[in-house]
Ligand binder design. Structure first.
Ligand code: HEC
Ligand code: HEC
Ligand code: HEC
Ligand code: HEC
Length: 117
């Protein structure tokens, strides 16, 4: 490749790789990125991962216990609710490269201090 072409092509390659570099990655999932994007992306990169991908490592029963509440707040558990039980799709509430809101908060004023949306 001649010098002029290099000068033209290099910034272009950098610009093309920018979206990947700028993509939001959660610190708590850092080891997954080392293992490769397909540790979540079981359906390819052009689609959202399936819920099964998350369930490889996260157990719905355990999650329901982790976010259980007492007394009047008992039914505010996002992982075990009156409306959706324990089956609500993870990505209705949790993002990975984009921030999300907890679905429940679209309609209720529940406080979720541990939420990573
Ligand atoms: C290969 C295993 C693995 C997969 C697959 C995985 N996670 Fe995780 N996730 C972890 C680990 C390990 C942590 C950090 C420890 C913890 O908080 O459970 C974590 C943390 C999280 C947290 C933050 C917990 C906190 O402390 O606030 C959320 C939310 C989460 N994962 C959601 C998801 C969703 C949604 C998916 C699917 C798109 C997913 N994870 C796929 C292993 C995994
Ligand atoms: C209806 C919305 C909703 C759905 C669906 C949902 N979550 Fe959550 N998740 C939340 C909220 C809200 C919190 C924070 C709860 C709190 O602050 O008490 C949370 C917390 C978590 C945590 C951290 C628990 C802790 O103790 O810190 C993990 C891990 C997690 N969710 C993973 C998942 C996975 C995996 C799925 C799919 C199987 C899923 N969530 C489905 C709303 C949801
Ligand atoms: C921890 C699980 C996880 C890992 C690891 C992960 N992703 Fe994702 N990805 C998601 C989730 C969840 C979504 C959908 C919601 C969002 O964007 O946050 C998504 C969405 C995407 C989308 C958008 C697809 C569409 O249909 O719009 C692209 C592109 C993407 N990811 C690329 C990547 C690349 C590239 C890597 C590796 C560098 C990667 N992802 C690693 C969980 C993950
Ligand atoms: C599309 C709107 C909508 C969403 C999203 C939604 N709810 Fe509800 N919810 C309602 C309506 C409507 C009622 C019945 C009227 C009322 O009592 O407020 C209700 C009632 C409730 C009640 C009983 C009444 C109360 O306020 O204590 C609880 C608890 C509840 N929802 C929890 C949840 C949880 C947890 C989530 C997320 C997993 C959720 N809701 C998501 C609309 C919604």
């Amino acid at each position: 490749m001649n010098k002029t072409l290099m000068i033209l092509v290099c910034p272009l390659l950098l610009a093309l790789s920018q979206p990947t570099l700028a993509m939001d990655k959660r610190d708590y999932h850092a080891p997954l990125y080392e293992a490769g994007c397909d540790s979540c992306h079981d359906q390819g990169l052009n689609r959202y991962p399936s819920d099964e991908a998350c369930l490889q490592c996260h157990d719905p029963e355990a999650l329901a216990k982790q976010t259980a509440r007492e007394g009047e707040e008992a039914h505010q558990n996002p992982h075990d609710s009156l409306h959706y039980g324990k089956d609500a799709p993870c990505m209705d509430c949790h993002g990975e490269h984009t921030p999300k809101k907890a679905l429940c908060q679209e309609c209720h004023n529940f406080d979720y201090p541990k939420f990573n949306g």
